[in-house]
Design a protein around this ligand. Structure first.
Ligand SMILES: [Ca+2]
Length: 466
């Protein structure tokens, strides 16, 4: 018996078999991002959308059905993910603030890997693409040199800009409400070129450990994709969301609609259908480009050496609350797609555990055997990847700001979503009874409101202006 204890201790000290990476190993990291891709879960759109390659990745990995972004807009969400910090901490709460303006010395996730010996390359939109026509400013927005050895953005060809069908649904009043079935091939569009460049880099790097960011631009507006993806969706086949009678009205600032809302209020069913069809076409187009990247992993037998993370950068409304877009604190905006496939992890798993996008940084750090360079706001998802029933947290948090005057913070627990605005307005939704958040039940649950308000107060204070 005298050897029993040391044996037990040595067994406990063994690394977990699942997804374990010893400090000596460097798995490749493939971070694939889609722009403005909603989580299609739920009865409304689950059946409509055709994403065979996302399904293929699901079979390889773990699908997170309740994954929440920390700010439901491109630049704040992406910077939160890439730094592992909440938007309250980064102070990046709009699309006009480049990372280094607020956080000159922060070590981003790709930068951490790059500095530890990974080849690090970005194709397309990983950080928000700012800078306009100023080439140097564009490279700064992509954080080339710090986060990536190289970072490259792409544009449609002349052929890809030629629209065979399409129109602006607002007669030009809202520029981005444009859809178009484009001429040319997939590679006449940025996302086709992003897939091709990602595959070429994977093939070039061979056994060198790499961190590749593959940032697709779709289904973000303008809703343009090669025509064949529109042909997947006969207009008459699509059901359009309509808020049912009795939906609790919310004020304009809660949706973020303003002038846009006035335009959408006048949309006919045909206009909603056109917009929805174009969003689905863009989604299937992006999915097909994802397929090309997954093909490369198949072809070169890289699944056992590569941590694959697929995310959308935030959710999206396609008609809910008569809103088409992002930037609010409803479930449809805060929840976003998240899939993780990793060496040693069982495929085809689904989890309902609450997770946040700030968990991704410490997850990569954990699975790659690295050390956090600063205190993480989140926590590694390794326990959930090992056991989809495991829980790593009881709540997920999301922030939005409305200029300098108003901001809202939202908490999602297993049952509730509670949103408190800085002027005191509160919204409580019961997901057990009301998954589309149609009825604000704040008045009926004072005890829940008290508890969730206290949890919101535990968030770091806003370093930004509001
Ligand atoms: Ca986005």
């Amino acid at each position: 018996m005298k050897h029993a204890l040391p044996l037990l201790v040595s067994l406990l000290l063994l690394p977990l078999a699942v997804g374990a990476a010893s400090p000596q190993t460097k798995p490749n990291v493939l971070l694939i991002m889609a722009d403005d891709l909603r989580d299609f879960g739920g009865a409304f759109t689950k059946e409509a959308v055709k994403t065979p390659n996302l399904d293929r990745l699901r079979a390889r990995g773990t699908t997170f059905e309740r994954a929440y972004v920390q700010y439901p807009v491109c630049n704040p969400s992406r910077n939160s993910l890439m730094t592992g910090l909440r938007a309250e901490q980064t102070g990046i709460v709009g699309n006009d603030i480049p990372l280094r303006q607020k956080m000159p010395d922060i070590v981003t996730l790709p930068q951490l890997c790059k500095d530890a010996g990974w080849q690090s390359h970005a194709f397309g939109k990983l950080f928000h693409l700012g800078g306009g026509r100023d080439a140097e400013a564009r490279q700064r927005w992509m954080d080339e040199g710090r986060s990536w050895h190289t970072a490259q953005a792409f544009e449609a060809t002349k052929t890809g800009l030629k629209l065979l069908e399409g129109r602006n649904l607002t007669g030009g009043a809202i520029k981005w409400c444009q859809w178009g079935a484009a001429d040319g091939t997939d590679d006449d569009q940025p996302d086709g070129q992003i897939a091709a460049a990602t595959v070429a880099m994977i093939e070039k790097l061979g056994d060198t450990p790499w961190f590749i960011g593959c940032g697709f631009m779709k289904p973000h507006d303008p809703f343009i994709a090669p025509k064949k993806y529109f042909d997947l969706y006969p207009p008459d086949s699509l059901k359009i969301w309509r808020d049912p009678a009795g939906t609790t009205p919310v004020r304009t600032q809660s949706i973020g609609s303003g002038a846009y809302g006035e335009v959408f209020a006048k949309f006919s069913e045909e206009q909603w259908r056109e917009l929805f069809r174009a969003y689905l076409a863009g989604t299937s187009f992006m999915d097909a480009q994802l397929g090309r990247v997954l093909d490369a992993l198949d072809r070169h037998q890289l699944w056992d050496k590569t941590l694959v993370i697929f995310v959308g950068d935030h959710g999206y409304h396609t008609g809910e609350r008569q809103w088409w877009n992002k930037n609010n604190l409803f479930e449809r905006c805060c929840r976003a797609p998240l899939l993780i496939a990793a060496p040693g992890i069982k495929g085809g798993q689904t989890t309902r555990s609450l997770v946040e996008f700030v968990d991704l940084y410490p997850t990569v750090v954990d699975l790659c055997g690295l050390t956090m360079p600063h205190a993480a706001a989140g926590t590694s998802l390794r326990p959930i990847l090992s056991d989809p029933n495991a829980r790593t947290k009881d709540a997920a948090f999301t922030l939005v700001t409305r200029g300098d005057k108003l901001h809202g913070q939202s908490i999602r627990t297993a049952r509730w979503r509670f949103t408190r605005w800085s002027d005191g307005v509160a919204e409580l939704y019961d997901h057990d009874a009301d998954p589309e958040e149609l009825h604000n039940v704040t008045a009926r649950h004072a005890d829940i409101v008290t508890d969730l308000t206290a949890q919101l107060r535990s968030l770091p204070p806003l370093s930004a202006k509001p």
